[in-house]
Design a protein. Sequence first.
Length: 540
Amino acid sequence: MTTSVAPIGALPAGTGALALDTYQMSMRFGSFTALDQVSMKVEPGTVHALLGENGAGKSTLVKCVAGFQRPSAGSILIDGREHEIANPVVARALGIGMVYQHFTLAPGMTVAENLLLAGGQVPSVINWQRERARLEAFLATTPFQLDLDATPAALAAGEKQKLELLKQLYLKPRLLILDEPTSVLTPQEADEVLGHVREFARSGRCTVLIITHKFREVMAYADNVTVLRRGKAVHHGRVADNDPQALAHAMVGAAEPGEEAVAASPPADAVQTAPAAPSAALPSLNVSGLQVLGDRGTLAVRDLNLHVRAGEILGVAGVSGNGQRELVEALVGQRPRVQGKVEVMGEAYGASRGENRRLRLRSLPEEPLRNACVGDLSVAENMALRDFDQPPLASSRLSGGWLHFGAWRARAREWIADYGVKTQGENAPIRSLSGGNVQRAVLARELAGDINVLIAANPVFGLDFAAVREIHDRILRVRQQGGAVLLISEDLDELLELADRIVVMSEGRIVHETPAAGAERHVIGAFMGGAHHAAEETVA
């Protein structure tokens, strides 16, 4: 292929949607190859989805395009012309903008100040009358209306994501890269944002490259798709010619030994599992009138009531920051309760270690390395945290007994094999494992033996497709064996797939409940976004 290389100091001043090509692009970090001769064609004025498991190379690819990393080999072409994108400044001059999964807003500045700051050329003295007029004129051309004088602290999560998008649109990008842009949005907000992004692309103003793990978003809003697997581009095509099952198969590929069932499973948002019939007996977990303080000393959980019966999964939906984290921490003993009652199997529950063992309550917390492990201890030692002082891991004497470290290691080796934990061995520090393998190690510990109640908080957040499928299957197995599962998740697709009932948590309260079968996504999303306030005002 013959191309001309544009000198860095002579960047084109193009406008409108650009065409992006990567040609045999590779990226190596020492002996590890993150990208292996990836060629991808993104047509101008389209929405192009980039799929792949964790570690497939998606982030590395877009970081090379956005100038945060320089590829080891290969080329990046803009409108058919090769460019050396040495840094983000060069990328911006080429018309490349990027919206990150996590917010990059200046919290103490107003919306107007954040928009100006995004331009990178703020004068020492700002003519605010002129700049506000420009910003208001800009907002008039977009579907997103925000208060220019508001600070990010006063904005809801969806409004913050819109501001992140506005920051890039203000710079009139020719290529807009979106990294998991809907992870903190309600379904309605996600559809609104992606719908407008698609319109921007179809109008010819920009090209969009989106990283997402949600097949629904790909099928609804993308024109074309590329799938990466282990650093290689393994699938390209029009979305209209694909379906979630085909894309999932491309992502996972041929199963490794012991992983056949996982690899063959369809995507999480394309599966419906028949629920077990919940028991009519006393709830396995009952929470009434619970109040819990947040980190700032104000109530984060307010008079919350819920129950979960044996053989049932209760899903808790809600936008991040509405008390879900504080609820979980109060239930598992990591945060004190101000008021209220928690019962497990009909008994008052204080979340002590002895109660957990006797009542058979287990938990799968978000960020398990931080919340459920001791990073410097070995895999075997972490697997023994629940019962290291119980036979056969210790002698039966109540005090002065011996710990049987050989038994710890032997059991750990069995669990490592059973759960497919990829580690250098049972003696390796658990912090040396990848996120998915830390979660598998915690799963092995928490799912051992009979379980009455399982509390799972965003149990697959940030994990790859195969790990998600595996963990979902194990959670379903707990329900099928008669356990009660409280599943807190910010992913509505996950709840719709797994749960029997769904409740919506907003501002520390349960504001809506519905059976999962036949649940309407837009209704749940409305309550996630605060629809209960409108109902309360109407009643008043």
